[in-house]
Structures are given as structure tokens and as C-alpha cells.
Ligand binder design. Sequence first.
Ligand code: HAM
Length: 420
Amino acid sequence: MEIQAPRGTTDILPQDTAKWQYLENIAQKVFANYNYQEIRTPIFESTELFTRGIGEATDIVQKEMYTFTDKSQREITLRPEGTASVVRAFLENKIYGQAQPTKYFYFGPMFRYERPQTGRYRQFHQLGAEVFGSHDPAIDVEVIKLGLDILAELGLENFALHLNSIGCPECRPNYIEKLKDYLNPYLEQLCDNCQDRYERNPLRILDCKTDRDLEFMEDVPKIYENLCSECDEHFDQVKDYLDDLEIDYILNPRLVRGLDYYSKTAFEVIYNGLGAQDTIFGGGRYDALVEEIGERDVPGIGFAMGIERLLLSLEEEGVKLPIEEGVDVYLITIGETARKEAVKYMYQLRAAGFKVDLDYLDRAVGTQMKAADRNNAKYSIIVGENELEKGELAVKNMKSGEQFDVAIDKLVDKMRDFLK
Ligand code: HAM
């Protein structure tokens, strides 16, 4: 049987890689605009980094990690997300000793053993940002605005920012008690998964897709109405900054995120019309994570965006990315001598910076013409014995059909004019 790519993974072929490159380029420009620098961390890490960082009780750690023992009996996991790795790098490289805040971005593949469907894969890609060393609510808003700017630069419009504060170790336990008291009489009406979550991870009951429409869920206590004064003040300031910048948001008390490291601000950007997997990006503050992983008390905040979901959203919205396809020049050769000369011209034109190709299969002129079309050539150039004798080549503008005789020794200059 033919070997296929593992379930939940895909090849990204040239017609799509062009879109990925465009998108990564735009994101890089926005990151530079905000003074974020790129960090690249390994694709696999010690399993413990994720169990400790993401949280033992999360779906990711419980069910979704690609974990194996390597040949030296080390417990290894393919990264399911980027934040824990960036925190580890921050600690290991003693970046906390540098002037803070420090601001990073990354791109890369992540791995989760989830049930594949549109927008959900086992190998997927994120672009993300992490900021260390500041409690300032303005940085929460910077991180959100940065993500929104990437969407805006790409021309996406039909999305909504959801916002919540999930408090801190000071106030969250009280809220959880209140939540459990409220849910207790309804326990048997919850789905099996949530009955289990009731003890293990009660906050996640709030965003359960099965239970969210149950009548009693409507009046569930809101976490942002149960914050301590510090979290409350912080949340107010985040909202003020968002208002000042005229960024619309929906207060969503059910937004709790699927990773355990968050405190205070939590946010998600949802695309309208993507089906079940509609979160384009999500993130929040994680003031206790650095200490959890490396015993340094440094606050952090960040987000990650699913690149596949971003592309699906752009497609759904009919956004056409301005991607340059095709070659500048395709050389068509007739006869052996002409072909040898044409190879020289090709390298002269390439050296001048043009995208140039020719036929490598010794095909008939008509077939070479078709190849020029297939390659979306802006110009074709015919090189034959006659042309060489005359010292002039037949240059054709493929779009207008206009044809010009161009002196061979002026070819590069002329093409520069034509392609300006
Ligand atoms: P997350 O919400 O688990 O957060 O993932 C962020 C984004 O990655 C999602 O909104 C989605 O677009 C994409 N994503 C997640 N899982 C899949 C999947 N199986 N297939 C396709 N796309 C997926 C994090 O990963 C946090 N590290 C974000 C963060 C950074 N928080 C603070 N800093």
C-alpha cells in the first residue's frame, strides 16, 4: 500500500506556500513595528516542561501530547504550543537578567493528538508573541492589538474579540467555590466530561460546547464580577485602553482558555463562519508561569494564532492575497547552438535579478510556448539560429501580444525597461 502522510498532517504545496510566505512576511513587519524579536526554540522538549507548564488537568496534557521515550530513556514531547518553550528559553538563557520587558515572536509547527476536522489538525502551525517582565495593562492591550493588526494588514474583517479576566490565585479559588456551589444541584445534567471536570478542572465547564446551552448555564456566576481588587483594577484599565484605541470587544465570562497557566486577562479572536474551530487566535496573561517553571517571579503575556485557521478565514472572506506568481521571462529555443546561447542569456538575466526559466526537456517550439504560458511568463524570448545571425532576439509581451526585436548586447538593459 502507498505510504500516506499521518492522519491530521498535510503537505503544503507551492500554490499554498506562496500564501504562507506572504502571511509570514506581513506578520514579521507587524512584529518589527511593535519591536518584537524572533525566537526559535526546539520542536521537542522534556515532557515535564509541558505537564508543569500547561497543567496536568488540561486536555492537552491528559490526551493530546505526542510523547515518547528516546533512546537514552528521556521523556520527550513534541511541543503542543509555544509558550512553555519560550518561558524555558527565557529562564535557561537568563534573559530575566536583561532590561525588561523583553518581547518575542515565533512561527512554527505544533503537535496535538486531536480529532482532525476542518481547522483542527495534529500538526498545525502557530505564529505567536510572548512578553516578559511587565504587569502594565497597556502591554495586555499591545499584545491584543498586535494580533488584530496582523489580521487588518491581511485584509480580514469579519471577526470578534472576546475578553475576560480569570483572576489570580488570590481570587480564583473563591470564585471556583461559588461556581461549584451554583452547579452542584445541576451536576447530573452536565455531560460526562463536565461531571469529571467538576472536581478536576471546574472552570472548563464554562466553555463546554455540549453544556453551554443548558438553561441553568445562563445564570452561572461571572468570574469578572468576582475578582479581587487588584485584578478588578487591572481589568478596568485593560478595558479603558481598549476603549481609548476604539477596539471593539465582547465581554465573555465563559472564556476560560484550555491551558492552566493564565491569570487576569484572557482573550480570543473568533472568526464568524468558520464552523466549530473558529478561534483564530487566543492568549492572555500568565503571571505565575515563569515561577512555576523556573522559580523566577516574572510576569508574562502573549497570544498564538493558528496559521491554517487564519488562511481558512481569509478564504471564507474571499480575501485575495497579492501574490506574485509566474516568471518574468521564459526563453524559447530553436536548435542546439541557439540553446547553448540561450542558457548564457538566462544566467545574465538571472544575475540582473529577474525570474527566468527555459525548457529542459528539448521540446518542440509549440510546447515551449505552452510552457511559457503555464509559467505565467510576463515575456517570452525566442532564441533561434536566425535570431543569432541577425544579432536580435524576438521578445514578446505575453499579455498584450506585442513583439519587439531586441539587440542581443542590449538584452538585459531592454528587459530592465520592459519589466520596470
Ligand atoms: P491555544 O488556544 O491552545 O493557545 O492555541 C492558539 C491557536 O492555535 C488557536 O486559537 C488556534 O487558532 C490554533 N490551534 C490550536 N490547536 C489547533 C489544532 N489542533 N489545529 C489547528 N490550529 C490549532 C496556545 O497555544 C497558547 N500558547 C497561546 C498563548 C501564547 N498564550 C499566551 N501566550
